[in-house]
Design a protein around this ligand. Structure first.
Ligand SMILES: NC(=O)C1=CN([C@@H]2O[C@H](COP(=O)(O)OP(=O)(O)OC[C@H]3O[C@@H](n4cnc5c(N)ncnc54)[C@H](OP(=O)(O)O)[C@@H]3O)[C@@H](O)[C@H]2O)[C@H](O)CC1
Ligand SMILES: [K+]
Length: 368
């Protein structure tokens, strides 16, 4: 995990402040903020056109750059012949920078944000707040998004559903999207619950951010993926009952609360626990977090999101891997990922005894 190679970069998660820094570094590297926003809004339009034929679509814009992206998406889809209605929360003349420039290119009306603008909508684009969410939704924003959530029109969120905190996945009034399009990399809030469930499908768009910005940012959080640990994987032996995992402390929510008093989101709590006990800690759940004492953390995204309670199977796998010399963080990440993949492949009835038969199938899938 300590070698920051090209493959592992694909799994990086950036915090809200790291993403802002990535934007700043992109500009230094010669990609303008105007271009980043064009690329962002166009990417969202493209993802919509890939999935739906033209139909009445309402874009809900906010007062910052998330709203700016929404103006670009609206502009691009209207150019392509879609019937687009745009509504904005806040005063359009107060928009700044590239959001203002992109808003000026929008030829249609700018309606005031209210539930009434949703009338007749068959698709809704949520571009109210993204990374800049600073407090709970209220007033017309909350009323309009709540009405959108109650209706039948699918919601597409630009960057992250408005109301989900990018660093923690906490919801401050968000409604569920069917599709979320973040840019460059995901943020922890796309994987931590309830954020993960509110995002629907997550499709990361390339908006021209140079990969080299990651050299400066030195991220510490990853989405679990075999590319993080495959090269550390030994042949596997398993135990048939839940063992003590020497360098790894796997805990479900109840066990965690009995042992630690940390509060906050699961990423923050697991990191704090790992640091305090100088071991790799796994907090099992629908958004399992694996954290090392040095601050590195991996969020597992292939476990069913309604999962709760301890898993004898994943603990057995972790123990088996560790017993064969796999480093603790890699063993914990591999164990959780392989368990999630096994459930997806063979169903929840899968047990530790099935493991020797299942592993080759999973490994073949990975190699292919
Ligand atoms: N690399 C990238 O990911 C890029 C992302 N882009 C897009 O930019 C947004 C982030 O833009 P930013 O302007 O920083 O933030 P927002 O648009 O999300 O919102 C900021 C404004 O919203 C106000 N705010 C925040 N929370 C609330 C609330 N609950 N109620 C009312 N108003 C709220 C905030 O007001 P303040 O008073 O707190 O200042 C701001 O006015 C990112 O999400 C992407 O969509 C770039 O376009 C391309 C690169
Ligand atoms: K949004």
């Amino acid at each position: 995990m300590h070698t920051f190679d090209r493959d592992r970069r694909q799994s990086v998660l950036l915090t809200v402040s790291q993403m802002a820094e990535a934007d700043r570094l992109s500009v230094v590297a010669g990609v303008s903020s105007f271009a980043l926003m064009s690329n962002a809004g166009e990417a969202v339009a493209r993802e919509i056109q890939r999935r739906w034929t033209p139909r009445p679509l309402v874009v809900l814009c906010g007062p910052g750059n998330n709203g700016g992206d929404g103006f670009v998406t609206a502009h691009r889809l209207a150019e392509a012949g879609w019937p687009v209605t745009l509504a904005m929360w806040g005063d359009p003349s107060a928009l700044k920078g590239e959001a203002k420039q992109h808003a000026q290119r929008w030829q249609g009306a700018v309606h005031t944000l209210s539930p009434a603008v949703l009338e007749g909508a068959e698709l809704i684009v949520d571009a109210v707040f993204g990374a800049g969410l600073a407090r709970a939704l209220q007033g017309p924003v909350l009323e309009t998004l709540t009405a959108a959530g109650r209706g039948n029109a699918p919601i597409i969120a630009i960057d992250i559903p408005s109301g989900v905190m990018g660093d923690t996945g906490e919801s401050l009034g968000a409604v569920a999207a069917v599709l979320t399009v973040p840019f460059f990399r995901k943020k922890p809030g796309h994987l931590l619950q309830p954020g993960r469930a509110l995002c629907g499908d997550v499709v990361v768009a390339d908006i021209g951010t140079p990969e080299t910005v990651l050299d400066t940012l030195v991220p510490q959080t990853y989405e679990n993926h075999p590319r993080l640990w495959l090269s550390d994987l030994p042949p596997i032996a398993t135990q048939d009952r839940a063992p003590r995992c020497a360098g790894v402390l796997p805990l479900d929510e109840d066990e965690f609360r009995q042992k630690f008093a940390f509060s906050g989101d699961s990423l923050t709590r697991t990191r704090a626990a790992a640091q305090s006990c100088s071991r790799v800690v796994v907090l099992e759940g629908g958004d399992t977090v694996i954290a090392a004492p040095d601050g590195q953390a991996i969020i597992n995204s292939n476990t069913p999101s309604n999962r709760a309670g301890a898993s004898v199977v994943s603990r057995s796998i972790i123990h088996g891997l560790q017993a064969q010399g796999m480093p603790a963080l890699s063993a914990a990440a591999a164990g959780m990922w392989l368990h999630g993949a096994a459930i997806a492949e063979f169903g929840p009835g899968f047990s530790a005894q099935d493991w020797p038969a299942v592993l080759p199938v999973l490994l073949r899938g990975l190699v292919n």
